[in-house]
Write a protein that binds this ligand. Sequence first.
Ligand code: AMP
Ligand code: MG
Length: 331
Amino acid sequence: MTARTSDIDIDKAVGVLCAGGLVALPTETVYGLGANAEDPAALARVFQVKGRPPSHPLIVHIGGAEHLDNWAEDVPAAARLLAEHFWPGPLTLVLRRGRRVPLEATGGLQTVAVRVPDHPVALAVLAAFGGGIAAPSANRFGSLSPTTADHVRTELGDGVDFVLDGGPCQVGVESTIVDVTGDVPSILRPGGVTREDLEAVLGRPLAIPSTSRVRVPGQHPSHYAPRARVVLVEPEKVVAEAELAQDLGHQVGVFLPTSFADAPVRAHAVVPVPASMDAYARGLYGFLRELDQRGCDLIVASLPVEEGLGLALANRLRRAAGPRPSETRSR
Ligand code: AMP
Ligand code: MG
């Protein structure tokens, strides 16, 4: 367990899940809003608390790869290979739905998304609970994913029955989602396991379908978005763009590329981008939250090189910068 949780907390979390309640739980990616995956009423509350359309499927978290066949049917060899290499870890597999998975968990689809999280608290809850826990990120639909227990409390308040504090998330971006139901596995969402690592294990290239054509939640133009508008420019233009906007009266937050590390910038708030992609991923949502909290109305950033974790980071930044459905929508 971690310093912040005890066996008593685990018991309480299991009690809440068994009673149809919602538990926020730490994983290595982001905090999840967990419900008993086999309880349609509890699942309905997840959608309601998040403000998420019920057609958007949830990820079912399980305690180990040995339980996979309880939740999915016709599990292909490629899925077993990936599970063996990357579980517990930030990899979600989309498989044919097992009969015990209610359609409420899959958004009506005949496929189910399954993963084993790599966090001692999540694994302890799963072991004690025994069943599957459906858990989307513990934030309002479309906004930033929480990477600390405080983020969850601030964002969901009384909407969640119990918050387990497992400290800050170590990966910081969501899982990589791989669809293994077709002839060729394909990446539906880049995330904490890199494309390169997946391809090395599978021994062949992975398809990455154009995200705009795949109907997958988390793939909306605007998602993972702070309140401030996000503008993406070339790294060498970040400083000039930020200063221009600041001079025009914006409260500008800057993601300062490493090549400008010590440059003074005329802006409201500056976040130096970490040199390591691991640290950048771990910090991304916290940085965006911080710039919101500091009152920025515009964030100027650039995209990292899209390899390794950079692929997931660029995906999240693009979505944070995506067109907003409306200026007045609830967050
Ligand atoms: P979130 O819970 O917000 O991190 O998002 C969960 C993600 O799981 C969504 O972005 C979906 O893309 C994905 N997902 C869950 N179930 C399925 C499924 N059956 N097919 C494809 N993607 C899925
Ligand atoms: Mg989410």
